[in-house]
Design a protein around this ligand. Structure first.
Ligand SMILES: Nc1ncnc2c1ncn2[C@@H]1O[C@H](COP(=O)(O)OP(=O)(O)OP(=O)(O)O)[C@@H](O)[C@H]1O
Ligand SMILES: [Mg+2]
Length: 480
């Protein structure tokens, strides 16, 4: 008979110790629990336990500070860190100090048990005391404690020890650039430059020379040899912002560089090795762009190694008060008068749909800090400022129910137009996008009965038949 593994639990909250002891016990583990970091340390030194689950803030010591010590004396002992501090810094420190996993509190017991099983099954970690990140209680780069942000922190933390390519997607103003910076600032290339290039902001025909540099005289106006962003970012991170707006030829060139790991400047001969970590971002739906033929699928797969989705602010409403106060603090630091939010103001802020996401909130708080004579911001003040601006299109708010069709069409058409590809059939393409699902789903609902489908659609039977043929819609009888 094999001895069941022993889990060491350290948390100063007795109820957590009890819950964990019971749950782990039921799963067949032996458990030793303590409320003190020092006791945990003694057990570890004495060679006890096969796995550690520790809190961060304990009365006598900090679980994160124990981590390097544990790794030194028992490199194979896995440590799971749980914390109610749930900031990016905690997640990053836990990852970089070698924690096996980091669980923000509160967590599901089921998740914890999965992590425990995984930790005990994983091969012994290689001792790799990677350089510590910038230390101290520095200002947090990212604010928010919603589950969605926790997930982002965990991903960023995991990525600090790799050079993997990251694709950040999210609506405008959700913090894509901030996340790209955090990936760099906490990553192992942080000593080298972070260089950003925005595909939407540079004239299309200059993008390649911006990326790869150009030789003197290689095109009209190229008076001097210039370094491209790839070269400027050598050793560091290259942030390809608004990648969905990249023109087709530049996409092809970029793909080749990523495949071959080297490039030549525009008009140049010398081959330069690319040494950058790529982080890309877009607010566009790249899968739709691929379908529409405006984004290369192979480039997409090159870039989408680690996808990171930043949720719109309306999906993380609980972060709004934190962010609002953060922006008021920032306004005060920049010399504006201090302001507080009353409960009504917080409520009103939470109710807003924020089509402009965090950027919209940031601008609003700044405006209120500048304009408002009173020290306290009320619901009325917020509402008045919010209604000053053109109301967001109802279609775009997406707050109550699915986004309106017109908004999807608008996004689709914009993607088509922005790609600047020669297209002579936009009208038919767009109508096809609408008609195809409309007819396909109606047919599915009538189990392929075209007479019923035509009636439901209010179309003549022959018209429906013709559309099915033209749009190449498969008709499956009896399906549905
Ligand atoms: N979680 C956050 N905590 C603090 N500030 C944030 C956060 N998210 C975004 N911001 C702030 O909101 C503003 C918009 O963020 P950012 O520029 O990163 O968004 P974006 O997704 O790149 O937007 P766009 O698609 O329009 O370029 C910035 O001033 C940024 O500092
Ligand atoms: Mg941006």
């Amino acid at each position: 008979m094999t001895v069941p593994p022993t889990v060491l639990v350290a948390d100063d909250d007795r109820s957590i110790r009890t819950v964990l002891t019971q749950a782990l016990g039921r799963s067949g583990y032996q458990v030793r629990a303590t409320g003190h970091a020092q006791t945990l340390w003694r057990w570890v030194e004495e060679g006890e336990g096969d796995l550690v689950i520790t809190d961060v803030m304990m009365p006598d010591d900090n679980g994160l500070d124990l981590l390097p010590r544990i790794r030194r004396v028992r490199p194979a002992l896995r440590v799971v860190v749980m914390s109610a501090q749930s900031t990016l810094t905690t997640a990053v420190k836990a990852a970089q100090r070698g924690a096996f996993e980091y669980l923000p509190k509160p967590f599901d017991l089921k998740d914890l048990l999965t992590v425990v099983d995984r930790a005990l099954a994983a091969p012994a970690p290689i001792a790799d005391l990677a350089a510590e990140p910038r230390d101290g209680e520095e200002k947090l780069p990212l604010i928010g404690r919603s589950p969605a942000m926790q997930e982002i922190y965990r991903t960023i933390a995991r990525l600090t020890t790799t050079d993997l390519t990251v694709m950040i997607v999210g609506e405008s103003g959700t913090g894509k650039e901030l996340v790209a910076r955090a990936l760099h600032d906490y990553g192992r290339r942080r000593a080298a430059p972070f260089v950003a290039i925005n595909m939407a902001a540079i004239p299309r025909d200059l993008i390649e020379s911006e990326l790869f540099g150009h030789e003197r005289g290689s095109f009209t106006g190229a008076h001097n040899r210039t370094q491209g962003r790839f070269e400027q970012a050598a050793g560091g991170t290259l942030f390809l912002d608004e990648i969905g707006d990249m023109p087709a030829e530049a996409q092809t060139r970029l793909l080749r560089v990523l495949q071959e790991g080297e490039f030549t400047s525009v008009g140049g001969r010398a081959v330069v090795r690319a040494n950058v970590r790529i982080v890309a971002a877009t607010h566009r739906d790249l899968r739709a762009a691929i379908k529409a033929g405006t984004f290369r699928e192979d480039l997409f797969y090159r870039l989408n190694v680690v996808p990171l989705r930043l949720p719109p602010l309306r999906e993380r409403e609980e972060d709004i008060p934190l962010l609002a106060r953060h922006f008021l603090d920032r306004a005060r630091e920049s010399g504006l008068p201090a302001k507080a939010l009353d409960a009504g103001a917080v409520y009103t802020l939470r109710r807003h749909a924020w089509p402009g996401n965090v950027r919209e909130l940031e601008n609003l708080m700044r405006r209120l800090a500048v304009l408002l004579p009173d020290d306290t911001i009320t619901a009325e003040a917020v509402a008045a400022e919010l209604s000053e601006r053109p109301a967001p299109l109802a279609a775009e708010s997406g707050a109550d129910g699915p986004p309106a069709l017109s908004a999807s069409v608008e996004g689709y058409v914009r993607t088509l137009l922005a790609a600047g590809l020669p297209a002579q059939d936009i009208y038919d393409r767009v109508l096809g996008e609408v008609e195809r699902p409309l007819i396909r789903l109606t047919l599915a609902a009538t189990r392929g009965n075209q007479i019923k489908a035509a009636a439901m659609l209010g179309l003549n039977r022959n018209t429906l038949r013709k559309k099915i043929r033209d749009l190449e819609i498969p008709v499956v009888r009896g399906a549905g």
